[in-house]
Design a protein around this ligand. Structure first.
Ligand SMILES: C=CC1=C(C)c2cc3[nH]c(cc4nc(cc5[nH]c(cc1n2)c(C)c5CCC(=O)O)C(CCC(=O)O)=C4C)c(C)c3C=C
Ligand code: FE2
Ligand code: FE2
Length: 329
């Protein structure tokens, strides 16, 4: 069997196997034990994690997962598989040969080991890794690298390796986001105040050198420019806080509650440019929970703009990223 020109490894965060408390507990135990995600010293963190978080959080979070679960499974996994298949089709067309594309999750399944083994079995000797995080963060992108390095540590031979660090300012990414907002506005028939709500990280991470906050700010500015929005027409916020520490501000939920109360805007359109695929943090936290809170606080119209998911222009972006990073292969 001839070896393919190269292989591609898509990586996303991971999701529970089922919307049940035990499955969510297993998922959170793995995820929240990662020092890249929670860097509190282990002797302090592990008793809190096992004594408090993994006791009280799983039933609540499982309930949230049940509200978005589909017949095919967790939305994040279903969409990641769709992206994997669609990218493989486009690459086969583009390179006129089959290019293996595998999916790995940093936590849970399909695991990094399974994906690397599948690529090895297909004879892949050159590997491009694309973490599905537009903005680099040590809590997401860096843990993908850790996971790959751990997996390769037990392999007899490595592939030649290239990696994509982030694509927060890629013109194809910005134009796909802009098109998704314009289409939403066209369908809706009016334009609400645009909220770009990113997954947060502890503020301290940024102070210690994580470029995440600044990459989010760049994405936001470029998107606002592409849509020709004035400063009064959009706002950047951060969602999904966890724990007691201060996280990046302004907080999405606090901002929305205040606006609802003040009746500040006639309508809100909210999107999350930190996610390549819709998941719990968008479908439940933004489209259900924050919407309820905003309307209860007194707000009027609130609509969620979906992630880029398997949009044509999103797959074209992935194809471009692969072409650009595999020059000479
Ligand atoms: C504990 C700290 C956390 C940090 C830091 C963090 C950063 C971070 N996460 C994403 C993307 C996703 N996070 C998702 C869920 C999720 N995130 C945390 C915690 C941190 N994330 C938890 C505990 C959870 C699980 C749900 C919960 O218990 O509330 C998901 C969704 C997974 C799904 O199954 O749908 C994604 C995706 C980014 C991009 C990021 C920093 C940049
Ligand atoms: Fe998260
Ligand atoms: Fe959340």
């Amino acid at each position: 069997m001839p070896s393919p020109r190269f292989g591609v490894l898509l990586v996303n965060l991971g999701t529970p196997e089922a919307p049940t408390a035990p499955a969510v507990r297993r998922y959170l135990a793995e995820f929240l034990s990662d020092r890249r995600v929670v860097d509190t010293p282990r002797p302090i963190w592990l008793p809190i994690l096992y004594g408090v978080v993994l006791t009280f959080r799983p039933p609540k979070v499982a309930k949230a997962y049940r509200s978005i679960w589909t017949d095919e499974g967790s939305p994040l996994l279903v969409m990641s598989r769709r992206q994997q298949r669609a990218l493989a089709e486009r690459l086969a067309e583009r390179f006129d040969e089959e290019i293996p594309v595998e999916l790995a999750m940093t936590y849970g399944r399909p695991s990094m080991e399974e994906a690397i083994e599948a690529l090895r079995a297909k004879g892949v000797r050159r590997l491009l890794m694309l973490p599905l995080y537009p903005q680099f963060s040590r809590s997401t992108t860096a843990s993908v690298f850790d996971s790959l390095a751990r997996t390769l540590a037990s392999c007899p031979a490595h592939p030649e390796l290239r990696t994509i660090r982030s694509y927060h300012d890629h013109p194809g990414y910005i134009s796909a986001l802009a098109a998704s907002v314009r289409e939403h506005w066209d369908r809706q028939g009016y334009r609400g105040h645009l909220v770009m709500s990113y997954h947060g990280v502890p503020k301290r991470y940024a102070e210690e050198g994580d470029p995440y906050a600044s990459e989010c700010a760049t994405t936001s500015r470029l998107l606002a420019e592409a849509l020709r929005l004035g400063d009064e027409e959009w706002t950047m916020t951060f969602q999904s806080r966890f724990g007691r520490e201060e996280w990046l501000k302004p907080y999405t939920d606090v901002t929305l509650a205040a606006w609802g109360k003040q009746k500040r805007f006639d309508a809100i359109d909210i999107m999350s440019p930190a996610f390549a695929a819709d998941c719990l943090e968008t479908l439940e936290e933004l489209a259900i929970q924050n919407k309820e809170n905003y309307l209860e606080a007194g707000g009027n119209r609130y609509e969620y703009i979906p992630a880029l998911n398997d949009r044509e222009d999103h797959l074209a972006l992935f194809t471009d990223l692969v072409v650009q990073h595999t020059q000479g292969w």
